[in-house]
Design a protein around this ligand. Sequence first.
Ligand code: ZN
Length: 109
Amino acid sequence: MDELLLFSSAPNTSLKQAFQSLDELKLTTLFPVSILGRGFTYYYEDWIENLLIKQEHIQATVSGNAVYSIQIQQKGGNLYGSCDCPFEGKCKHMAAVMISALHQIQAKP
Ligand SMILES: [Zn+2]
């Protein structure tokens, strides 16, 4: 699985700080609109499962036509995503997990 750069911030930014600096509007600059739209559908239809947010790593599974596994890794202020679906590039599953993690992290100060 390729790791794709999803979000860049200052080198010493933690994963949670990176998400605190994001909002739904900023997500529109990180994903193509059609991909992000599908991600929101997955989020609102509650298809993201097993969301686990750790200090430098997020993992989740997303159900749709099949179940896919998504990893988001924080390295030096950047967030990298990977997903085991066949889509090449930033996919709707990564978008869905970003949206879900954003809501979860911002709900807990
Ligand atoms: Zn995917």
